[in-house]
Design a protein around this ligand. Structure first.
Ligand code: 5GP
Length: 196
């Protein structure tokens, strides 16, 4: 009997609105799973106090971002809350070619774009337990102004509605408690790796 193994990695796209807890969730998985890497996005927004360039994001100017768009350097990019965010194409494709699984933590617009170019990717929608809880988490994080929180909340409620109607995602995880949601994500990744 011939056993074959997939030599290229899998692309996991986690889309969630701001404040849903995707960064916390991914951090735990990336720490324990050495074959899983996170794609580091480019953004024109300013770093938060605890964020590091090259680790959380590549923080670039608008000019640098535009240059990368012109060179076709993004797998997808989108305007989110007045700033631009993009997934670097070459880095993701290099990881996949080398057999690593790649995690993208992007917004809903970005996920829709990836669905067109990489339909085989695994799309996971991380949802907050309720709109009230989402708002509470945005306030608790304390990294945005009142005005920014209102915008993020408004966009999130629109995205939630849209995602519930679209057949975009393969899986939906409701993030009530981080350990439970992490276990669900772990299970999805494990199952996808066993797919023939
Ligand atoms: P934040 O500013 O809170 O880090 O991110 C704001 C939103 O932008 C989040 O929903 C996050 O998932 C999304 N985001 C981060 N990187 C990318 C990216 O490369 N592409 C897209 N489309 N969205 C991104």
């Amino acid at each position: 009997m011939k056993t074959t193994s997939k030599c290229s990695g899998r692309l996991f796209v986690i889309s969630a609105s701001s404040g849903t807890g995707k960064t916390t969730l991914a951090r735990e998985l990336l720490r324990e799973d050495k074959n899983l890497v996170q794609s580091v996005s480019y953004t024109t927004r300013h770093p938060r106090p605890d964020e590091k360039n090259g680790q959380d994001y590549f923080f670039v100017t608008k000019k640098e971002f535009l240059k990368k768009i012109k060179k076709n350097g993004f797998l997808e990019w989108a305007n989110v809350f007045g700033r631009t965010y993009g997934t670097p194409k070459k880095e993701v494709e290099d990881h996949l070619r080398q057999g690593r699984d790649v995690l993208l933590l992007i917004d809903v617009q970005g996920a829709k774009k990836v669905k067109k170019t990489k339909p085989d990717a695994v799309f996971i929608f991380l949802a907050p337990p309720s709109k009230e809880e989402l708002l509470r988490r945005l306030y608790k994080r304390g990294t945005e102004t009142q005005k920014e929180i209102s915008v993020r909340y408004k966009v999130a409620t629109k995205e939630l509605k849209e995602l519930n109607e679209l057949a975009l995602c393969d899986y939906r995880i409701i993030n009530r408690q981080i350990p439970v949601a992490t276990e669900a994500l772990r299970g999805i990744i494990r199952a996808e790796r066993m797919k023939i």
